[in-house]
Design a protein around this ligand. Structure first.
Ligand SMILES: *[C@@H]1O[C@H](CO)[C@@H](O)[C@H](O)[C@H]1NC(C)=O
Ligand SMILES: *[C@@H]1O[C@H](CO)[C@@H](O)[C@H](O)[C@H]1NC(C)=O
Ligand SMILES: *[C@@H]1O[C@H](CO)[C@@H](O)[C@H](O)[C@H]1NC(C)=O
Ligand SMILES: *[C@@H]1O[C@H](CO)[C@@H](O)[C@H](O)[C@H]1NC(C)=O
Ligand SMILES: *[C@@H]1O[C@H](CO)[C@@H](O)[C@H](O)[C@H]1NC(C)=O
Length: 408
């Protein structure tokens, strides 16, 4: 455009033959190519004040006609040439413009296409995403439903478990309450029965008072504020024996503490030890005799009878007192007469002996018997239920029973 403006300026200077400066003030800033052409055609040099700072407003010179015509012809020719040139330039520029336009358009188009494709891509992506998100959503939904289902099941199971538990609790509470009631009732009934039996003299005061034929468990009222379930041996040697030690299968461990030998252990239906405190109570109220039964692993039976049997108090450490021996097993117990009871855990007793013999007995310096020792088919060692005087050796017994009976 700058070139064009300069051309127009030169052309205008040459054309200043009319000397007219009356032309309106047309803005030269807006001299687009087509505008210039229009002006050149119709106005023939309308002065542009911005471009003709020297001549504008000056008085035109006077020129003769001939020279005007010449000049006119020459100018016309020049004009023509210029016009052609201008047209050419315009064409070129137009072409350029077009190419620029085209370029621009292409670029725009490309850009548009690119944008379009990007948009499409985005759209596709979006669609994909949407699809994806839908599937994900559906999968999620499914999962959620599954989860909810499982949670519901779990919850139901849990609730059921809780219900079951509370039912169980209620049941057990009811059961417990009933048991408690039953127990209370039972205790009351037992009390009544005992009272009635005592009144009518039906509770035996010893195994001797019980029918001779039947050995077994009986409740005995020993008269000394002591009612106890005991095993009565009713056949051996006229019966009436209260069993306080019984061993025959080794099922009950006899390696026990002081407290256990004091209070008793095992069951009177099987192997057991009655308890030294009961023996003391019983034997301190009346006169008693002792019967010891033994049988070895070959089936040989023997017995030892002592016409006096008495057990001291715990303060006396359950000291043993035995009377005169009679029997078939041999006298192995007189040696233990007037001897304190000993367990491995009781430091005031001959606990070392108890430890050595692995039993609990009225151990003195030594002992010819160890009926609370290990239940063992062995011989030659002290750690068995031996009765030395039976065979004159330390063989263990397969069966022992110790019983007491009152002497009238
Ligand atoms: C420039 O010229 C165009 C027409 O060619 C016109 O529409 C426009 O208003 C002009 N601008 C100025 C500033 O004179
Ligand atoms: C609840 O008790 C019923 C019946 O005893 C049993 O079948 C069920 O398995 C129990 N449920 C649970 C969760 O323990
Ligand atoms: C309580 O005794 C009744 C009958 O006297 C019996 O049916 C019930 O099972 C007993 N309850 C328990 C918990 O032992
Ligand atoms: C006997 O009991 C004592 C104390 O409880 C223990 O130290 C010892 O090992 C036991 N002996 C046997 C043979 O079990
Ligand atoms: C006891 O031991 C002896 C010698 O080892 C054996 O001959 C006998 O069969 C055993 N008896 C029993 C009942 O185990």
């Amino acid at each position: 455009m700058k070139i064009l403006v300069c051309v127009v300026f030169l052309f205008y200077n040459v054309l200043l033959y009319t000397g007219s400066s009356s032309a309106s003030d047309i803005s030269c800033v807006n001299l687009t190519f087509s505008n210039v052409i229009v002006r050149l055609d119709n106005e023939h040099g309308v002065p542009c004040s911005d471009l003709s700072n020297n001549q504008a407003g000056n008085t035109p010179k006077r020129i003769d006609h001939r020279s005007i015509t010449e000049v006119e012809i020459s100018m016309k020719q020049r004009y023509k040439i210029l016009e052609e040139k201008l047209i050419e330039i315009e064409r070129q520029l137009k072409a350029k413009d077009e190419s620029v336009q085209q370029l621009f358009e292409r670029s725009i188009k490309e850009r548009y296409d690119s944008v379009q494709s990007k948009l499409e891509e985005l759209e596709n992506n979006f669609k994909e995403f949407k699809k994806l998100s839908t599937t994900t959503d559906e999968a999620l939904k499914k999962e959620l439903v599954e989860f909810k289902k499982s949670a519901k099941t779990k919850d139901e199971t849990l609730q059921e478990a809780v219900r079951n538990m509370s039912i169980l609790e209620d049941n057990s509470r009811v059961h417990f309450d009933q048991l408690q009631t039953n127990l209370t009732e039972l205790q009351a009934v037992t009390k009544n029965i005992i009272a009635l039996q005592l009144e009518s003299g039906k509770i035996p005061r010893s195994c001797k008072e019980i029918s001779k034929e039947k050995s077994g468990k009986y409740v005995v009222h020993f008269g000394i504020r002591m009612i106890k379930s005991v095993y009565c041996e009713q056949q051996v040697q006229n019966g009436g024996w209260i069993v306080f030690q019984h061993r025959f299968n080794g099922e009950v461990d006899f390696n026990r503490s002081w407290a256990e030998y004091r209070d008793g252990f095992g069951s009177i239906d099987g192997e057991f030890w009655m308890g030294l405190k009961y023996l003391h109570k019983i034997t301190s109220s009346r006169k008693y005799e002792l019967l010891v039964e033994i049988r070895d692993y070959s089936g040989n039976y023997g017995y030892a009878n002592y016409d006096h049997f008495e057990i001291g108090s715990e303060a006396e450490q359950f000291t043993l007192k035995v009377g005169k021996y009679s029997g078939t097993a041999g006298d192995a117990m007189t040696f233990n007469h007037d001897t304190k009871f000993a367990t491995a855990d009781h430091k005031d007793s001959n606990f070392k002996a108890a430890k050595y013999y692995e039993g609990a007995w009225w151990f003195g310096r030594a002992s010819y018997t160890n009926l609370n020792g290990p239940y063992k088919n062995a011989t030659g060692i002290h750690q068995t239920m031996y009765w030395y005087d039976f065979h004159g050796d330390l063989r263990g017994m397969a069966f022992t029973r110790m019983m007491l009976r009152e002497i009238d």
